[in-house]
Ligand binder design. Structure first.
Ligand code: CAA
Length: 260
């Protein structure tokens, strides 16, 4: 057991979580997966936190995957537990009631790309490389990558990345819809924090409604998804922030949202 492998810093409603194993390119061992799970649970429960940024320590990697040294010694039963631990974390992130932005500052491979894909938005440095290289290890993605990559980038791209194991550069990742934006590496932090600050200043209940409608609603058929959207829409009429947002527009002033 080493020191907490996840650093946490709060600035004006934005919690930045940093996977901190730079010597191992921030590879996800069980301790790190558990620490991330705890960190996201705490971010979800803390009313001061309005948005989360997730990144990796050092200039080289976001996360270079699940920890290969740790996996090398696992039995099949332990391998299943490892996969379930990773999948649970990814699902927690995806279902977080607050927006999560992945700041992809370098390699996002295997479990690292799976982690980025579980986030709601992804901004990549132009130096980033993203891929699912598990086949090169005699494995397949095990933290939800086959399913999220398919949904995010489509069957052709999912099959290409998972079958060849070859990483793509940031520009190709953007073309595939794997990331939302690519920025020069030197601007990555400033651009990500600008986006996170914008999210942190927005009406939290409305953001939660968007996340629920798109993440959960997107897992239903169209009819159920539309019903779900209407229910989320209606619920917001009970919020003070909706009255404030619409009144501020009519008064031609900036709204002040209070998460009520
Ligand atoms: N697990 C464990 N250790 C890792 C690691 C990983 N995924 N990725 C890198 N490291 C370690 C290296 O072993 C090395 O450690 P030592 O200094 O102790 O030898 C250190 O990080 C630096 O890495 P490299 O020397 O390899 O750095 P490089 O610049 O030559 O290469 C790289 C960078 C191309 C990213 C290369 O490290 C690499 O290919 N890493 C593995 C990527 C990978 O296969 N990821 C998928 C893992 S499987 C998975 O994620 C399964 C899943 O879906 C759940």
């Amino acid at each position: 057991m080493t020191a907490n492998p996840v650093l946490s810093r709060d600035t004006d409603g934005v919690r930045t979580l940093t996977v901190d194993r730079p010597d191992k390119l921030n590879a996800l061992n069980r301790q790190t997966l558990q620490a991330l799970d705890d960190a996201f649970a705490s971010a979800a429960n803390d009313p001061q936190v309005r948005a989360v940024v997730l990144t990796g320590s050092g200039a080289k990697a976001f996360v270079a995957g699940a920890d290969i040294a740790e996996m090398n010694a696992l039995t099949a039963i332990e391998g299943r537990e490892f996969s379930l631990l990773g999948q649970r974390l990814m699902r927690r992130i995806e279902r977080l009631p607050k927006p999560v932005v992945a700041m992809v500052n370098g390699y996002a491979l295997g479990g690292g790309l799976e982690l980025a894909m579980a986030c709601h938005l992804r901004i990549a440095a132009d130096s980033a490389r993203l891929g699912q290289p598990e086949v090169n290890l005699g494995l397949i993605p095990g933290f939800g990558g086959t399913q999220r990559l398919l949904r995010l980038a489509g069957r052709a791209a999912a099959l290409e990345l998972c079958l060849t194991g070859a990483p793509v550069d940031a520009v190709r990742a953007l073309q595939l819809g794997l990331v939302n934006r690519v920025v020069p590496a030197a601007d990555l932090e400033a651009e990500t924090m600008k986006l996170a600050a914008q999210l942190a200043a927005a009406a939290p209940l409305a953001l939660r409604g968007v996340l629920d409608a798109i993440v959960l609603g997107g897992e239903c058929g169209l009819e159920e998804g539309l019903q779900f959207e209407s229910a989320q829409f209606a619920l917001l009429f009970a919020s003070e922030d909706m009255r404030e947002g619409t009144t501020a527009f009519l008064d031609k002033r900036k709204p002040q949202f209070h998460n009520r």
